[in-house]
Write a protein that binds this ligand. Structure first.
Ligand code: NAD
Ligand code: 89V
Length: 338
């Protein structure tokens, strides 16, 4: 049995607690939030002990790992605290506000000899995973072009008010997932250029971004994100894909329809299941939470590094940082060595 504790009992952490409840041989014995009402509510809902101080919780509990579900500013102190206590760590995205913080967290957990996984769950959505498996399995030959797109007018600000008030919005919050999917499909990135703008006058940060990536294997991808796109059908929170290979093409269309065209056409319904605790339209994200948490447990048991490890996430985070710099300076940025 693995004993874990959750830090941060806000909007998204509830999905993580449901996900843990669906995974064998793991118990979340304690939860912590600086806001005692949130800590108590989550503890009562899921049957755990409640704390308001992470250090006190780590000292009092016998833990194997912590699952950090706070917003980005608290990630580094919490990851370093957990590593100092000799615990394995999962940390929500965006992993860090700076590359220096991200490198420091990877080093701290390495030094403790423990596993660090970033909760970068979009590439674990079952529909996206089906596309990744097909591309990696050579279904369309060698890919030379990709479009990874997420465009929506959904009111994300209602559930996550900080998205309207933070200086950085779509690249850091959502683009990070979509850039990570581009990496998972087409490999690591050599250069990136980006444009970004705010369309919604009521928010602080950018809600539209378009990024052009050159991948190591020679493929080019366009990664485009918008929370200012009013259209029907509303596809939130689906990531749509178009990949061209030298043998054929793959598309992940709206409605979780995976299309592979070679000589003929194969269409698969890759809609995610609606887990008992999940709610449309969030159910594809909610399912991916349980899948990524299961991946972490499998990696712990088998002594291997998670696919979405802290180390791997440095490359996704570098794309976020470089996208902001490129949009600001109208430059094209080489991210090798970041
Ligand atoms: P939230 O503000 O609703 O919850 C965060 C909670 O953490 C708050 O209750 C706050 O009191 C608590 N907290 C902050 N610092 C703390 C500390 N040092 N000790 C104890 N508690 C602390 O935020 P949210 O919307 O749940 O987002 C949390 C994280 O999850 C963000 O990084 C966000 O980007 C991420 N997120 C990920 C996904 C995904 O699909 N992977 C989806 C939504 C949000
Ligand atoms: O997945 C996320 O990180 C969320 C959302 C889908 C709203 O962008 O913040």
């Amino acid at each position: 049995m693995l004993n874990g504790a959750l830090i941060g009992c806000g909007f998204f952490a509830q999905n993580q607690m449901h996900g843990w409840a669906g995974i064998d041989d793991v118990t979340i014995t304690a939860v912590c939030d600086r806001d005692s009402a949130k800590a108590e509510a989550t503890a009562t809902r899921f049957g755990a002990r409640a704390y308001t101080d992470a250090a006190a919780m780590i000292a009092a509990e016998r833990l194997d790992f912590v699952d950090i579900a706070t917003t980005v500013a608290s990630h580094r102190p919490l990851v370093e605290m957990a590593a100092g206590a000799g615990l394995h760590v999962i940390c929500q995205k965006p992993f860090a506000e700076t590359m220096a913080d991200a490198h420091a967290m990877v080093a701290a957990v390495d030094e403790a000899g423990k596993l660090l996984m970033v909760h970068e769950n979009f590439r674990w959505q079952s529909a996206v995973r089906a596309a990744i498996a097909a591309v990696r399995g050579g279904a369309i030959g060698t890919p030379f072009f990709g479009r990874v797109t997420f465009r929506s007018g959904y009111d994300v600000y209602a559930g996550q008010p900080y998205l309207a008030t933070d200086e950085r919005f779509i690249i850091q919050d959502l683009g990070i997932h979509i850039l990570d999917i581009a990496r998972a499909l087409l490999g690591d990135v050599v250069t990136i250029s980006a444009t970004a703008r705010r369309v919604n006058p009521k928010i602080r940060g950018e809600d539209v971004a378009t990024m052009l990536l050159e991948h190591e294997g020679g493929a080019t991808s366009v990664v485009d994100c918008s929370y200012a796109t009013r259209r029907t059908p509303e596809t939130f929170p689906e990531t749509l894909l178009e990949i061209d290979g030298d043998l054929g093409t793959l598309r992940l269309d709206a409605g979780y329809r995976l299309v592979i065209q070679l000589e003929g056409e194969v269409i698969r319904d890759v809609a995610p299941p609606l887990l008992a605790w999940a709610e449309r339209p969030w159910h594809n994200i909610q399912e991916s939470v349980q899948i990524i948490q299961q991946h972490f447990v499998d990696c712990l048991r088998e002594g291997r590094e998670p696919e979405t490890s802290g180390r791997d996430n440095l490359k996704t985070l570098a794309l976020v940082e470089a996208a902001y710099a490129s949009a600001r300076d109208r430059s094209r940025i080489d991210v090798r060595g970041w």
